[in-house]
Ligand binder design. Structure first.
Ligand SMILES: Nc1ncnc2c1ncn2[C@@H]1O[C@H](COP(=O)(O)OP(=O)(O)OP(=O)(O)O)[C@@H](O)[C@H]1O
Ligand SMILES: [Mg+2]
Length: 276
């Protein structure tokens, strides 16, 4: 398992490309099909950080699930590093809003979970969890009960568990949605700091436009019924990004202005479509 033996100290980009080619996908809802994605095309180069925003039900989670091998498109192909995804790829990991930590395991055992599932030996797991507990500043809580931690700390454990596996693609579905505004701001910067070290490719779903702009190299806006990409905006803000940029950067304001108008249109159209 090459990705697990790679040192997490090297500073090279590790991401894989992700490509969606002519995806058409519908779910059967009751007795009629719901067109979840139609003519969905997207090419994400290795190590790019891409956010996907759009109205509820436009197919964001479906697109992530296809990348994680959990949903097979009815038509078209999703490719990872050029190879069609036909099962759950080992280089891809998920991070959700609900942190999905196991309450009967302590902090360290939760960080080691993904490594254990992949069959890594105890000594190597221990080394890896030490390193990641340090990186997310939770060393002193290694033996703590998960239920004693704050939401922010729990999310840091979840991030450590995800990144400790040295994923080459990270799929994030509203990962910070359950956090209060201040904790969320801290987590955003923390995650970027950790991401910079190895730069896996990131597909990041959020309803928060500012979050999308602040974190990403590129923001995709989707519309619904059928789910499709209606805008693809490159974010040229310099890195490292800081929360300050929300206030002080004219470039940031420009992106926000441009995207918020488009998002409002897409949400309005989705509401009207749903009411019909
Ligand atoms: N397993 C399923 N069975 C039936 N319909 C589904 C299923 N999963 C998704 N859908 C439908 O497909 C469409 C896209 O769903 P998806 O969950 O991808 O949207 P989303 O953009 O992630 O929405 P949200 O912002 O609310 O999370 C929706 O109309 C949804 O109801
Ligand atoms: Mg969703």
């Amino acid at each position: 398992m090459a990705t697990l033996t790679k040192s997490v100290e090297n500073n090279t980009d590790t991401g894989l490309s992700v490509e969606f080619e002519n995806i058409h996908h519908s779910f059967i809802h009751g007795d009629r099909p719901v067109r979840a994605l139609e003519n969905f095309n997207l090419s994400v180069p290795p190590s790019e950080f891409v956010s996907i925003v759009g109205p509820s039900g436009c197919g964001k989670t479906t697109a992530l699930s296809m990348t994680g091998g959990l949903v097979r498109p009815r038509t078209g192909a999703v490719r990872l590093d050029g190879a069609e995804i036909t099962s759950v790829p080992e280089d891809v990991t998920f991070l959700f809003a609900r942190d999905a930590l196991l309450p009967w395991r302590n902090v360290r055992a939760n960080v080691e979970l993904g490594l254990e599932v992949r069959g890594m030996g105890r000594a190597e797991r221990r080394k890896r969890s030490d390193e990641w507990l340090h990186r997310v500043r939770l060393e002193e809580f290694a033996d703590s009960d998960i239920t004693h931690l704050s939401q922010g700390m729990r999310q840091r454990v979840a991030i450590a568990r995800t990144l400790a596996q040295s994923p080459r693609v990270v799929l994030m579905d509203e990962p910070f949605a359950a956090l209060d505004a201040q904790t969320r701001a801290i987590q955003q910067e923390e995650f970027l700091r950790l991401w910079e070290a190895e730069r896996p490719t990131v597909l990041f779903v959020t309803h928060d436009l500012e979050e999308a702009i602040l974190l990403s190299d590129r923001v995709l806006l989707m519309a619904s019924r059928p789910g499709r990409v209606v805008a693809d905006i490159r974010i040229e803000l310099e890195r490292p990004r800081t929360q300050e940029m929300r206030i002080s950067s004219d470039l940031f304001h420009g992106y926000y202005h441009q995207l918020s108008g488009l998002l409002k249109d897409a949400v309005r159209a989705a509401e009207e479509e749903r009411a019909r």
